[in-house]
Design a protein. Structure first.
Length: 481
């Protein structure tokens, strides 16, 4: 049994479930706000702020945007690069500076930066890091939440923020039926040590051709792998590169993006206009991303579905660009014949003692292709449409009807203030959806500028909710085993 000190008895409380970038940013802004509150972040990892993306220690993993565009503070774009300079943080990374003059730093460094800015608040007791996984969330009373962790402890809070991590990729039926229980199938390459057993000459098949595929190839190459790699996806689309020189966002889509068709037409016309002005396509996509916050809510659900289901694969490879260092690596591996990128569909898989046999149908071809592999790695991206089943506390909330999946299969339903919606469509005033899981409502919450902007918005909404609670509160006074 644990009782908090008297100076905290009259403060309302917030439980932030998930301590990656989103959860860390919300906690940071709340700790800096004028609203007195007890802030608890539930995160099993040793540090808050690293999460899945920035918790990697692999030196081959780099951010895919210039460091100058990354910041914990949306109002201060230079916050991160100034911190880098002040701490000489890239002194051990000779490859950080790309030919375009921008720094594409190792992802672990950004995690270190976020963690460093949370630490003073942790030291001062303004933020409490609870190193445990949440297994259940339920109403303790009409205006209180009970959060149960995997060690059997119960905590209570006035407000809960779901800053849950990305779910793992979904395993295609062909792999489940053919090689699902085989150790040579790697279903989540983001797990520590996932690819350590791959020999330097091993034949590798990668299902997926996006940024995670690039990370895997970079990690293998860093470890001295020189065997053949065959990567495929239905369209064979790989992430595009950055412009050779910086440009301001180009184009205005706030009025023209009235439907999926109209948005596509407007983007194409704007890219043509940019080309006539010697401007590359990248600033046009940057403008779409920045303005999505404005035009996305005006689109009907049916039009949002069309964009997600028909245009998303093309959007992803243009929006999520690859760092120049990784692009050079992929180009080199393709040129020397050790990396093949294909547009193909998975048809079947079978395990043999000496190999995994993967059958694919190359796009626009009728003849199947058989690839023999020593390892198969799945890099198809998070299965957001199955998010409610991937973590016990989300499954529990869903069973109670307190949250529901969004209509687009991107995450969890919420309103424009980030309040979670119930299965009946009502909004909670004390339960928030944070981070990319709110994309169906906001349109673009995967890029870091949008993530930190949304985190600041949610922190403001949470602060307003906390301010409505009158003291004294029975605020997580006891944690009972």
């Amino acid at each position: 049994m644990r009782t908090l000190t008297d100076d905290r008895l009259h403060k309302p409380s917030v439980a932030i479930v998930g301590g990656g970038l989103t959860g860390a940013a919300i906690a940071y802004h709340l700790a800096n706000s004028a609203v007195p509150a007890n802030i608890a972040v539930f995160e099993p990892r040793p540090e808050i702020g690293r999460g899945l993306a920035y918790g990697t220690t692999d030196p081959a993993h780099r951010i895919n945007v210039p460091a100058s565009k990354m910041s914990l503070l949306p109002s201060d774009e230079k916050h991160f690069i100034n911190w880098i300079a002040a701490n000489d943080a890239t002194a051990d990374d000779a490859d950080a500076l790309a030919p375009d003059g921008h720094q594409y730093i190792r992802r672990a460094l950004f995690g270190r930066y976020v963690s460093a800015h949370l630490q003073p608040h942790l030291d001062a007791g303004r933020i409490d890091h609870i190193r445990a996984a949440v297994v259940d969330i339920a109403r303790a009373s009409p205006h209180r939440w009970r959060i149960t962790t995997d060690d059997g402890t119960s905590h209570h809070a006035d407000v809960v923020v779901l800053a849950t991590t990305h779910p793992p990729p979904g395993i295609p039926r062909e792999l489940r039926e053919g090689v699902d229980d085989d150790a040579r199938l790697i279903t989540d390459a983001t797990l520590p040590g996932a690819i350590d057993a791959i020999a330097p000459t091993a034949r590798v098949v990668i299902v997926g051709t996006g940024l995670t595929m690039a990370d895997v190839v970079a990690s293998l190459d860093q470890r001295g792998h020189r065997g053949p790699i065959y990567a495929f996806s239905r369209r064979g689309l790989a992430s595009r590169g950055h412009a050779s020189a910086p440009h301001e966002p180009f184009g205005d889509f706030t009025g023209s993006a009235t439907s999926a068709r109209a948005l596509l037409r407007s983007v194409r016309e704007t890219i043509s206009r940019a080309k006539r002005n010697n401007i590359p396509w990248q600033p046009v996509i940057d403008a779409v991303r920045a303005q999505a916050w404005t035009f996305w809510p005006k689109l009907s659900i049916s039009e949002r579905k069309r964009i997600v289901h028909r245009l998303r694969p093309f959007w992803d490879v243009h929006r999520f660009r690859i760092a120049p260092q990784l692009k050079a690596l992929l180009d080199r591996r393709q040129a020397d014949g050790t990396l093949t990128l294909k547009a193909a569909s998975l048809v079947g898989a079978k395990a043999f003692p000496d190999r995994l046999e993967i059958k694919v149908r190359p796009r626009a071809e009728s003849v199947l292709e058989t690839i023999n592999a020593d390892h198969v790695i799945l890099t198809t991206g998070p299965a957001h449409d199955a998010i409610l089943a991937t973590q016990p506390h989300l499954a529990s909330l869903a069973r109670q009807g307190l949250i529901t999946a969004d209509a687009l299969g991107l995450g969890i339903a919420c309103d424009r203030q980030g309040h979670a919606r119930t299965s009946a469509g009502a909004s909670h005033s004390d339960l928030f959806i944070a981070g990319p899981l709110a994309r169906a409502e906001f349109g673009e919450l995967m890029g870091l500028p949008q993530v930190t902007t949304y985190a600041e918005l949610i922190a403001g909404e949470v602060a307003a909710a906390l301010a409505r609670f009158s003291a004294p509160q029975d605020d997580k006074l006891v944690s009972a085993q």
